[in-house]
Design a binder for this molecule. Structure first.
Ligand SMILES: Nc1ncnc2c1ncn2[C@@H]1O[C@H](COP(=O)(O)OP(=O)(O)OP(=O)(O)O)[C@@H](O)[C@H]1O
Ligand SMILES: [Mg+2]
Length: 282
């Protein structure tokens, strides 16, 4: 079991040494990668994915446990270190979900695959909306369903200890749950995100600027409390989304909706704008 990876700093876009020269991420930890558009978040993730390349664009290197990646090891075993759930994930293989999962389980040497693939399907359906069946063809899956399947597959079948996630906010899956599931499996998780809830779910975040790792911010106790409130707001928004998606009409004579939004209060603008709309609508 891999207990940590370490990123050793390289150069930013101007060719200067980046401020953070060493960044460790332990098993069961989530690191959020944050920063403005173009600041190098995806680049950092790809540096980790290509940890065994001779020379990366940024000059960073990655320690696996305590050592530099062994470049002489065969390529296949190295590939199993990192699993990626990416922004645009769509399957082009013409096979059923069941065939795909059985094949993957076989490749990973799982002896009795049936209970395992059942679990993968259950998690997939827990994360996504419309249910996926074993008989569903991979090419028929929506973007969100594909990502849900990938997260479940990475959590349960893939034994890759490092999981890289680039932007799951619009993935149409329950991203907070997805992160919890991966973290719960003792994986080293890096998640690129522009979303404050995801940033605060991580134990720490690295701030990217001009292609360099600029600063590391551990999530403070105060931020964790803010996170708890954000999660409540999200839960409420998710409930509303669910009702609207079902075709329900919301807010009619249901003052509890307004009151509950008020209780949550703190994050206010979005939510209180929502609440005042309800009131106007009443
Ligand atoms: N240290 C670096 N040295 C040289 N080029 C870099 C460096 N970091 C990033 N780049 C390049 O800058 C461009 C933008 O970086 P990247 O795609 O990682 O941004 P991003 O933060 O993911 O942006 P977005 O939020 O829009 O996805 C890419 O072409 C990338 O290869
Ligand atoms: Mg990016």
């Amino acid at each position: 079991m891999l207990d940590k990876i370490t990123i050793l700093g390289g150069r930013n876009k101007s060719g200067r040494r980046e401020k953070i020269s060493r960044l460790e991420i332990a098993a069961g930890d989530v690191l959020a990668v944050v920063g403005p558009t173009g600041s190098g978040k995806t680049q950092l993730i790809s540096d980790i994915e290509q940890y065994d390349e001779e020379e990366t664009l940024t000059g960073r290197s990655v320690l696996i446990g305590n050592q530099l990646a062994d470049r002489n090891k065969n390529k296949k075993s190295r590939r199993y270190l990192v699993a990626q759930v990416s922004q645009n994930m769509n399957f082009v293989i013409d096979m059923s979900v069941e065939e795909f999962l059985l094949m993957h389980a076989r490749v990973r040497g799982i002896e009795d695959p049936n209970p395992i693939i059942e679990e993968v399907l259950a998690i997939t359906n827990h994360l996504s909306g419309e249910p996926v069946a074993f008989s569903t063809n991979l090419t028929q899956l929506s973007g969100g369903q594909s990502r849900a399947l990938m997260v479940a597959d990475v959590a349960i079948i893939s034994n890759a200890p490092v999981v890289l996630i680039d932007e799951i906010e619009n993935a149409g899956i329950d991203r907070l749950q997805a992160l919890e599931i991966l973290r719960g499996q003792g994986k080293i998780v890096l998640v690129v995100s522009h979303d404050p809830t995801l940033m605060l779910m991580a134990g720490k975040r690295v701030i990217m600027k001009n292609g360099g790792m600029e600063k590391i911010c551990p999530t403070t106790a105060k931020e964790k409390r803010i996170l708890a409130d954000l999660v409540k707001v999200e839960k409420r928004v998710a409930d509303l989304r669910e009702q609207l998606r079902r075709g329900d009409s919301i807010g009619h004579g249901d003052s509890s909706v307004v009151n509950r939004e008020r209780e949550v209060g703190l994050y206010g603008q979005g939510v209180s704008a929502l609440a005042s709309e309800y009131q106007q609508g009443d």
